[in-house]
Design a protein around this ligand. Structure first.
Ligand SMILES: Cc1cc2nc3c(=O)[nH]c(=O)nc-3n(C[C@H](O)[C@H](O)[C@H](O)COP(=O)(O)OP(=O)(O)OC[C@H]3O[C@@H](n4cnc5c(N)ncnc54)[C@H](O)[C@@H]3O)c2cc1C
Length: 701
């Protein structure tokens, strides 16, 4: 027997020891034992829950943001979880057509609930979130409506928003084309003004101008906000948004001149394939002039281009809104994965059995902790920075209403950077959680493959993450170059102290010395400021700044990441300066905050050392402190993930079940696979038996 055979046997043996009940399971199929009677109603994680050093109910409120927010989200989660119409476990086994039809059914059922129960917009948002199935409604509510709200005139809003909000029309957001995505100014779709008829002619002049990717476009939308090159009097006047009807409101057939369909299967089973991402082409389709979104620029009846007194940056306002929701989604996706991996790590045991006793819970291995706990801390960090971004959006909105555009560039750079940072980290984090769950993490029933497949495009949509970091870098370099005469604001305010940040070095002398918010923030500020200044100095050596920017772009991206990590660390620390009620809640969050910061410091210690802010000894002390912090997280790990308050329905994971009843449920789920409908596989007689019976020559293959 080879080594792998031995380890397979050991694994099987230890599994049986851990859960004696598994033996019952293994026999259940053959001997008709009642699995439910033996397994249900037992909380296999109750010992873990007893270890909590904080008030879990209070932590749930801290996570939700307020008691009201908690109650609202809890109500909506239960509404969905208790409604069989929202079952999702069989989703990965459905074919594409069934999948889409199923999604349309769920969206209709969800809308019926929203109308019948008279849910508020906030409640409806949470309901859709807990239905947990990417659908055309995400784009209708998340992009189409905000685009009209942000870029439409008062008249346009009056006309279109009631229709959209009652869902008498369904809209999507059609910007990206087959040949053009990140470079919006390169879009090829044209909107040519015809003064004779007072219309725009929408046209797709080339194959690469086909709209490609918009969610909800493929099969569901009746309308789209289409981004196109405005041509008036034969001249190009920039890219603008136009409301275009695509399908008949009676029979849903494409209107004349419109070619529209789905772009096909995407990554993974189930997953994002519930969404009808679409392709769209126009053949000289005419729309009335008043369907150009005209809050910023207008085309008059005479064909004159007028700029309103609202600056173009207004569009940043919509972006700030969309990106803050993406950051909020990052904390949700990461916390889901972490909840699954943490609960399973407490159930799973490997090695370390003494005198026939139970093996070691894998969560007690230091390597497991050093991979898992930073992800747990990051989920909380992203939650709090997301909450702050919500405030930022309100602030931006109020300023826009008062025609104050001064903070917009900084808010735009900050949200672009945080979108990039949190989505990239979350995508990697979900995959790490899969690995933390060993082999079982690869089963669809773990919930992790689908979560990963659904989540990863967040690194690409609403701005490719690298392209966004380059935008942040431009802003940082500009901020550095203007330091002599312009006071940096908001998240770049620390640059105002650049002289001291370039000179002062870290004063930490002991591992405990790192448990100091001032020391932590200064370390991150110094690293970010030094990296940005260094990039500025390097850029100054180039005669052509654009050439320099292209050449140094990899370093510029690193400087942006340092700046964005500083924002997340500072916002976590600021959160802890507020009153957070509940026994032990604030202290536990402080531990997580230090885990987050010191984990980053350890991971990126090259930056901290290269900029000269830290000595190798200080970096090593930070790592020593990190190990101590992991021991403090350990007893609270399960209750920290319980505090997310996720229902089993929303988690959609056997490994992450609240009761930890993993093995019997995994076993049960395997038997539900259609492949196990019969003992003898379909195809045996045609393709397997001829091999076994040595009759391949005469077999009909
Ligand atoms: C699931 C999903 C849903 C989507 N939904 C919508 C939707 O509803 N509506 C819509 O309009 N679009 C949608 N999109 C499209 C999405 O917005 C674009 O894919 C995205 O903006 C990235 O553009 P791209 O595909 O052109 O990537 P590209 O820009 O072609 O990126 C390819 C590579 O080039 C790099 N790169 C690009 N430019 C630069 C540069 N200047 N410097 C350095 N590197 C660069 C990128 O980092 C990347 O590595 C969706 C996409 C996906 C995957």
């Amino acid at each position: 027997m080879g080594l792998s055979g031995i380890s397979l046997l050991t694994t099987t043996y230890s599994l049986i020891l851990q859960h004696q009940s598994l033996l019952l399971c293994l026999r259940a199929k053959g001997f008709g034992l009642d699995l439910k009677k033996d397994m249900e109603g037992v909380d296999y994680l109750s010992d873990e829950r007893k270890k909590a050093q904080f008030d879990v109910e209070a932590m749930k409120i801290a996570w939700a943001g307020s008691l009201e927010a908690f109650q609202l989200s809890d109500r909506m989660a239960k509404l969905v979880a208790n409604d069989p119409a929202f079952e999702k476990f069989t989703r990965p086994m459905l074919g594409r057509k069934e999948l889409i039809k199923n999604t349309l059914r769920k969206a209709a059922h969800g809308w019926k609930l929203i109308v019948d129960l008279r849910l508020t917009e906030e409640e409806a948002k949470w309901l859709r979130l807990y239905i947990d199935e990417p659908a055309y409604t995400d784009l209708h509510w998340g992009m189409f409506i905000p685009a009209i709200e942000g870029q439409g005139t008062e008249e346009q809003k009056k006309k279109w928003l009631p229709l959209a909000k009652k869902m008498q029309i369904i809209g999507c957001y059609a910007q990206t084309e087959l040949g053009h995505g990140s470079n919006v100014q390169g879009l090829e779709t044209t909107a040519t003004f015809d003064p004779q008829t007072d219309e725009f002619i929408m046209h797709s002049p080339t194959l690469t101008s086909s709209k490609w990717w918009p969610g909800g476009l493929g099969k569901a939308s009746t309308h789209a906000v289409v981004y196109a090159r405005l041509i008036v009097g034969g001249e190009f006047h920039g890219v603008h948004g136009f409301i275009v009807q695509l399908r008949s409101l009676d029979d849903h057939s494409p209107l004349p001149g419109v070619t529209v369909g789905d772009i096909g299967m995407k990554f993974g089973n189930g997953a994002y394939n519930t969404m009808d991402n679409g392709v769209l082409r126009f053949d000289h389709v005419r729309i009335p002039r008043d369907q150009m979104l005209m809050r910023v620029s207008q085309v008059t009846r005479e064909g004159k281009i007028m700029q309103s007194d609202v600056p173009r940056q207004l569009i940043y306002g919509t972006m700030v809104y969309v990106r803050q929701t993406i950051v909020a989604d990052a904390s949700k996706a990461l916390s889901r994965a972490v909840c699954i991996a943490t609960r399973y790590s407490a159930i799973r045991r490997q090695f370390g059995s003494r005198n026939g006793g139970p093996e070691t819970q894998v969560i007690d291995y230091k390597t497991q902790q050093s991979r898992l706990f930073p992800l747990l801390a990051s989920a909380y960090a992203f939650r709090f920075v997301g909450e702050w971004l919500k405030w930022l959006y309100t602030d931006v909105k109020e300023r826009l209403a008062a025609n104050d555009f001064s903070t917009l560039p900084e808010a735009h750079a900050c949200t672009a950077g945080l979108k990039s940072l949190t989505t990239s980290f979350t995508a990697d984090g979900i995959e790490e959680c899969r690995k933390l769950c060993g082999g079982h993490g690869y089963l669809v029933s773990s919930g992790l493959p689908e979560l990963f497949a659904v989540y990863i495009p967040a690194c690409t949509y609403e701005g490719d993450n690298v392209v966004l970091l380059l935008q942040v870098a431009r802003f940082l370099v500009k901020t550095v170059s203007e330091l002599g005469y312009k006071k940096p604001v908001g998240t770049t305010a620390y640059m105002g102290r650049v002289a001291s940040l370039m000179q002062n070095n870290c004063a930490v002398q002991t591992a405990e010395g790192w448990l100091n918010p001032g020391a932590v923030v200064e370390a991150f500020e110094s690293r970010a400021a030094r990296m940005a200044v260094r990039c500025g100095q390097q850029l100054a050596k180039y005669e052509n700044p654009e050439e320099g920017f292209a050449e140094l772009s990899a370093d510029l991206v690193e400087a942006s990441i340092a700046h964005c990590q500083l924002i997340v660390v500072s916002k976590f620390i600021e959160k802890l300066q507020q009153d957070i009620p509940g026994k032990g809640v604030k202290q536990t969050l402080e531990v997580l905050c230090y885990v987050y910061a010191l984990f980053l410091l350890h991971k990126h210690q090259g930056d901290f050392l290269a900029t000269g802010y830290l000595t190798p000894k200080q970096a090593s002390l930070a790592n020593d402190q990190l190990r101590t912090l992991y021991s403090k997280v350990r007893p609270n790990a399960i209750t920290l993930v319980d505090s997310f308050n996720y229902t089993d329905h929303y988690l959609g994971s056997i490994l992450g079940r609240y009761d930890g009843n993993v093995y019997p449920k995994l076993y049960e789920a395997a038997w539900k696979d259609p492949l196990n409908d019969s003992d003898v596989v379909d195809g045996f007689y045609e393709y397997v038996q001829p091999i076994l019976k040595q009759k391949l020559r005469t077999a009909k293959l």
